[in-house]
Structures are given as C-alpha cells and as structure tokens.
Design a protein around this ligand. Structure first.
Ligand code: F6R
Ligand code: MG
Ligand code: MG
Length: 381
C-alpha cells in the first residue's frame, strides 16, 4: 500500500506583526486534524510553525491532491483564522485568498508539497520549512543536495546515486515545465534555476529507477493574487538514505546561509538562517528569512519523530555568518542589491509609490528611448 505525505501550509495571522503564530491557532488546527485522524481521513499528523506560517504535516493513503485531505487542511486553516480574528491577531486569514473551497487548496493561497510513495523498509524523510522567502529559495540547496559532489559525497561514492537525478523545473510566470538530468545537463539546469524568482525546482527523481526523491511547494501567492499579499514561504520534502542523499548531506546543503528574496515586506535579499523550532520566529527586520528542518521516519503511514534538525551547535557558524550578512545587507537600506530588482518589486507596494511619480517626468530632447526598457516609474504605461 502506498503512503502519501502532504505538507500544507498557510499564514492565517500572527501575533504582534508577522513574526510568529499564536498557540491558540495551532490548538484549533490540532483539533481539526485530530478529528480527521479519528475518522480515518488521515493516518497521522504533526503541526508546527515557522515564523507566521502554520504548517500541517499529514500522512494518509489517499494520494496527492485528495479532496478530503485538502478540505481537512482548509478547514484547519479556516478555524485557525477564526481564532486569529477573535484574538485580534495581525493579518488574520492572510493566505486564504478565497471564501470557498473547491476540490483542493491549489490556487486558494496555501502552499502544498505532497508525494505518494511505496514505503521502503525504513523511510527516513526531512521536511524543510521556510518563512519570509519564496519557493526559488530552495533552488540552490536542492541543486547542491542532488547534483553537487562537493556537498553530497554519495554522488561520487555510492553507485546507487552515481547515475544522478532528474529535475523538474517550473516557470512560474509562464506555467510551463521542463526536465533536466544531472550530471550531464547540469549547466542547462543552472542556466535556468539561477533565476530563482521565475524557475523553481518542483520535483527530483533518482534517474536509474524514477524514484521520487524530493518535492517543493511552488505556489507564488503574489502571482496568484496579482498583488502583494505576503511572501510564498515554501516547504520541501526530501527522502533520505539507502541510495538517496544521507540526512547529513541534506543538512549540509543548508550550512551556507545563501541570499534569498523575501524578508521585510517581501522586498529584500537576506540570508536564509537555519534555526531550531524554538527560534522559528521572524524578528529582526521581520527576519532574517528562517528555515527549520524536521526529521521523521514514516512507518505504515505513521509519522515517527520529529527530530529538530537545526537544533545543533554544528549550525552555529551558519547562524553567525547569517547574522553578519544580515548586518552587512541591512546597511544598504533601500538600495539594491539589498532591495529586490524592479521586476520583483512590481508585486510589492512600491508600485503604488512609483505610480504617483509618473507625472513628474519630463521628456528630454535628443534622448531616445532604450529598446529594452527595465521597469521604472514610467514604464508601466
Ligand atoms: C513579509 C511580511 C512582513 C510585512 C511587513 C509589513 O512577508 O509579511 O515583512 O510585509 O511587516 O506588513 P503590513 O503591510 O501588513 O503592515
Ligand atoms: Mg504574515
Ligand atoms: Mg510567512
């Protein structure tokens, strides 16, 4: 029998700004999921949060995009949002873009990473969840994890990994996808996924037997809503060991706190800081972008665990470097490359400010318009 792992997340409101969920909202979500477990819709679940995102980790045997499982998650978010409203929490119901549920949560606001698999004899998995960033934030670590031998020793040493992996990449602007195999097409893959705001690694398979190894939530809330409604704080599931990357190789990919888009007002580049669940609150400048990791074993559809993977002094240097980079980036204030590039800023409130400046420009005699204009205060005419 196959097991499905569904990680579904949403920001339904936060205590004192956008930095953390309130325990009462987690408690009510817990009640909804406990009832779904009792009635057999799901087999098991675990609830956590990173920053202002409520994370529902569920196992069941109903396959991906199952209406009942998605409805359960939707109801948990709706109930939690009600509590958030009653408590006067900030931005209550933020990610729930629709009033009504229709089959599954895709396009309704929540982020989803799901995979169905035949459980191996032992099925170790890691779930990575980030706040104040976007799905493309996982492009760099997922590349390191499955395609970089300097990160993942198994690519060189273990014959089961040696043939490489297949990456499924989604163009979130065009709604098109493309696959590449590594190592042979590594450069083509990198040519796309370096553009993190547009090309997102969605799934990875082991090439030799098509075993699904990883899946990432790809929802970009702002593109769905057409305006800024918060960042698309992503989740990623990775299956581990025995011919897949080891847990330590998966964690190693996050030992470098690379710069990701998001942070304050979804408008800044900052380092992705790996933290324990205890430190999963977005504080300084609404960040810096945070990442938590939980390790589980899946056995007969049950979740055994979790282990709080970054609650470890081995990641102190990554956190220190992230803090130093935070200081450095912050000193740029409103200047690029701390602030995002114009195309990404279109989905933020900056466009409202620029709109007001449009009428202030005067044509300069003798100067012609560039053929390829970048976004400026005037170019959206
Ligand atoms: C970023 C985020 C926060 C808010 C910021 C302003 O994803 O959620 O950084 O953008 O706190 O929030 P508002 O405009 O709601 O006051
Ligand atoms: Mg929020
Ligand atoms: Mg968030």
């Amino acid at each position: 029998m196959k097991t499905t792992l569904s990680v579904i997340k949403a920001d339904i409101g936060s205590l004192a700004g956008h930095h953390t969920v309130h325990p009462d909202t987690m408690a009510v979500a817990n009640r909804v999921l406990a009832e779904a477990k009792r009635s057999g819709v799901i087999s098991d679940y675990y609830i956590t949060h990173v920053g202002d995102d409520l994370e529902l980790i569920m196992t069941h045997s109903r396959g991906t995009l199952d209406p009942k499982v998605h409805e359960t998650a939707w109801n948990a978010f709706k109930e939690a949002a009600k509590v958030a409203k009653d408590l006067g929490l900030y931005a209550a119901g933020q990610d729930l873009l629709s009033d009504s549920f229709s089959g599954n949560v895709k396009g309704l606001g929540p982020g989803v990473a799901e995979m169905e698999f035949e459980e191996r004899q032992s099925e170790p998995i890691a779930i990575f969840m980030a706040d104040k960033t976007e799905p493309g934030a996982f492009n760099l670590p997922i590349y390191k994890l499955f395609a970089d031998p300097f990160n993942t020793a198994g690519l060189v040493i273990d014959p089961a990994l040696h043939n490489g992996f297949r990456f499924d990449v989604l163009d979130v602007y065009e709604g098109e996808s493309v696959t590449f195999t590594t190592p042979e097409e590594s450069y083509d893959l990198l040519a796309l996924i370096g553009t993190t705001g547009r090309y997102v690694v969605r799934r990875v398979w082991r090439k030799q037997d098509d075993l699904l190894a990883s899946t990432v939530s790809i929802e970009r809330l702002n593109l769905m809503a057409g305006k800024y409604v918060g960042k698309d704080d992503p989740v990623m599931v990775v299956r581990l060991q025995h011919g897949l990357p080891a847990l330590g190789e998966a964690l190693e990919a996050f030992s470098f706190p690379h710069l990701v888009a998001g942070w304050m007002r979804g408008s800044h580049y900052g380092p992705l800081m790996p933290v324990s669940q205890r430190d999963a609150r977005a504080t300084r400048f609404d960040g810096p972008p945070r990442l938590i990791g939980l390790g589980f074993n899946v056995k007969n559809g049950k979740l055994v665990g979790p282990s709080d993977l970054f609650d470890d002094p081995a990641f102190d240097n990554a956190r220190r470097l992230a803090s130093d980079v935070t200081d450095y980036m912050r000193r740029h204030g409103p200047f690029m490359p701390h602030r995002l590039e114009p195309a990404e800023m279109e989905y933020t409130t900056l466009s409202l400010v620029l709109e007001k400046l449009k009428g202030r420009f005067k044509k300069e005699e003798g100067l012609t318009k560039a053929k390829h204009s970048v976004y400026t205060a005037q170019s959206s005419e």
